[in-house]
Design a protein around this ligand. Structure first.
Ligand code: 5GP
Length: 180
């Protein structure tokens, strides 16, 4: 299991997309979320979108491996995304925030934790604003959270800087293939 974290705007999703385009044997866990779907996102591809009530029901039913509340919404890893792949020995990447990453490490000490950093805070702000999908208030909230999250980088097994997507994806691939 490979756990990838990084602040919103670090480009972690783009890096993983690049990785699986090049190495389709690696799979990505699709999370459950109670946040609204952004334009261009697809059910079952980016997330499984559910109501807050449905999310809570799944937690109570023991169907969620780890979850967190991020900027007012629930996000969690469905057990079904992980169990089958572990059984079959498939490398699976989880793109989750720092609390979830720590929980996965506790549950699966062999997992590799990778933190993606943007080249600079200015670049991160530029990327977040460039998305044009969030209100100013949400952008500020995410920028604040990004600063907090950056402090967790030292708890990770690996830190990579997303300056060029191709190089960052290649670095990630080497980490995945590296024996523990
Ligand atoms: P976004 O709303 O930008 O898609 O995601 C917000 C944050 O939630 C990101 O840091 C993302 O990695 C994280 N996230 C997505 N899915 C999960 C999950 O299943 N568990 C946890 N703990 N965090 C998640």
């Amino acid at each position: 299991m490979i756990v990838l974290s990084g602040p919103a705007g670090s480009g972690k999703d783009t890096v993983v997309q690049h990785l699986i385009d090049e190495h389709p044997e690696i799979e990505v866990s699709v999370s459950l979320t109670s946040r609204d779907k952004r334009p261009g996102e697809r059910e079952g591809v980016n997330y499984y979108y559910v109501s807050t009530e449905e999310f809570q029901r799944r937690i109570a039913a023991g169907e969620v491996l780890e979850y967190t509340n991020y900027c007012g919404n629930y996000y969690g890893t469905p057990k079904s995304e992980i169990d089958r792949r572990i059984e079959q020995g498939i490398d699976v990447v989880l793109i989750i925030e720092v609390e979830g990453a720590a929980n996965i490490k506790r549950l699966y000490p062999d997992s590799k934790l990778v933190f993606v950093r943007p080249p600079s805070f200015e670049e991160l702000e530029r990327r977040l604003r460039g998305r044009k999908t969030e209100s100013e208030e949400k952008i500020k909230e995410r920028l604040e959270r990004a600063l907090e999250e950056m402090e967790y980088a030292c708890d990770y097994d690996f830190v990579i800087i997303n300056d060029k997507v191709e190089e960052c994806a290649q670095e990630l691939y080497q980490i995945i293939r590296e024996p523990k």
